[in-house]
Design a protein around this ligand. Structure first.
Ligand code: ATP
Ligand code: MG
Length: 416
């Protein structure tokens, strides 16, 4: 017996409707904001992520599924969706087309992590990218889209926002951060010591308790914003106010790479603990250029579908149950089953969900099965019915029965 790889999960037929529901709401939300779907490969050249996610990020240093293919190329399974979307945007000349370009994706993503609840090695993201618009109102739209999705899914979440400024003001901030952390260096975790050297902003993102304590009194980026970044942040807050979306400013939210600029945000569930961040995003005005395009602003976010489902389950959000068969056609013997088969074909052609016996069971056992699969009606065809050209139709919810002519069957069941 071969088991499923660690950190991955099957979605079984009985549960897939939950996924379809969340994905459906995500697609509806995207449509409402005028976004179109982009689909990019599950694997890309490793270099795309090294550049697009960043050499110093946890994802690239520790978490990627990288391998050599038979042509000796270094290939990586996508650990997130943005890099592929940007590559495609540039490669297909969309950057020279109609702007802004607004797109979304629903994709699996792969990260070699320590599996826990809400933290998997294969997980799924709904992500949004808006390319070409630099104004704070666009940042607000990305946030609103996430907010609207989360509300439609019935989740209680809190929005945290921050600004990490631009290259210029962040350089000053990084210097201040280094000065602050220097006397505490020996108390920091192993990873943070490396972050201190390569990318001090990342220190603020550490999940170790000891580092978190030290972080609490670190200088705040917001105090170092240059005038333009400050105006942008003010406009974002204004737009969120106009939209009536509540938020809190959290100076610890960072995206520690040079091409992330200004706005960063997270939606955190108020009902689960450790893996409570269901959605994260921000502005990355330097990424398109980093990946070989002409400089162009961009903003986006990604929501983890597994985490959304966990929160929904924990807070008892009811997901509409999938449709069950309208009618189960029971046949008593071979001839009757043949009739049932033909009628099922006709019914399905008219959009009626119809099921028949595949197991050569007795009529009694077929009834039992019809009940198990939630059939709303059972149409029994025995010898007499076959001779008279009608079926005996039982309504499974109230137990009443009536005779329905084979000829009138589609008419009878359409719309039921
Ligand atoms: P975390 O801080 O929890 O590791 P992250 O900053 O690595 O998250 P992002 O790269 O911003 O996460 O991904 C966006 C979203 O994808 C997260 O907010 C989360 O909902 C989801 N996500 C990220 N990693 C995983 C994972 N290993 N398993 C399940 N969902 C994940
Ligand atoms: Mg992570």
């Amino acid at each position: 017996m071969i088991n499923i790889p660690k950190g991955t999960k099957d979605v079984l037929p009985a549960d897939s409707y939950k996924w379809q529901y969340v994905e459906g709401v995500a697609r509806e939300t995207a449509k409402l904001f005028n976004l179109k779907e982009i689909r990019t490969p599950v694997f890309e050249h490793t270099e795309l992520f090294q550049r697009g996610v960043g050499d110093t990020s946890d994802i690239v240093t520790k978490e990627m599924y990288t391998f050599k293919d038979k042509g000796d190329r270094s290939i990586t399974l996508k650990p997130e969706g943005t890099a592929g979307a940007v590559r495609s945007f540039i490669e297909n000349g969309l950057a020279n087309g109609v702007l802004p370009a607004k797109m979304y994706y629903i994709t699996p993503a792969f990260r070699y992590e320590r599996p826990q609840a809400g933290r998997l090695r294969e997980f799924h993201q709904f992500g949004v990218e808006i390319f070409g618009a630099k104004g704070a109102q666009t940042d607000a739209e990305a946030i609103l889209m996430a907010d609207s999705l989360l509300k439609k899914l019935g989740l209680n979440v809190k929005l945290y926002i921050n600004s990490i400024g631009c290259k210029e003001c962040r350089a000053k901030y990084n210097a201040a951060l280094k000065a602050f952390f220097e006397p505490n260096l020996d108390k920091l975790c192993y990873d943070c010591k490396a972050r201190y050297e390569k990318n001090p902003l990342r220190l603020l993102d550490c999940k170790e308790e000891e580092c978190k304590k030290i972080n609490a009194s670190a200088p705040k980026m917001l105090d170092y914003l240059c005038e333009e970044c400050n105006i942008h942040f003010g406009q974002l807050k204004l737009a969120l106010g106009v939209a009536g979306v509540d938020y809190e400013i959290d100076p610890r939210i960072v995206r520690g790479l040079d091409y992330y600029t200004r706005t960063v945000f997270e939606f955190v569930s108020t009902s689960i603990g450790a893996q409570g961040t269901v959605c994260a995003g921000g502005r990355y005005d330097g990424l398109i250029e980093e990946l070989g395009g002409n400089p162009m602003p961009a903003v986006g976010f990604a929501a983890g579908i597994e985490r959304l489902l966990i929160v929904m389950e924990q807070t008892g959000v009811e997901i509409p149950a999938p449709a069950t068969p309208t009618v189960y056609l029971a046949g008593m013997d071979e001839k009757c089953r043949e009739k049932a088969f033909g009628l099922a074909c006709k019914l399905r052609a008219k959009g009626v969900i119809a099921e028949i016996d595949h197991m050569e069971r007795s009529v009694k056992a077929q009834f039992k099965y019809a009940d198990k699969i939630g059939a709303k009606y059972v149409a029994v065809i025995g010898g007499n019915e076959l001779a008279e050209g009608k079926a005996n139709v039982k309504n499974m919810s109230d137990g009443t029965s009536e005779s329905v002519e084979f000829e009138k069957m589609t008419e009878y069941f359409c719309g039921k």
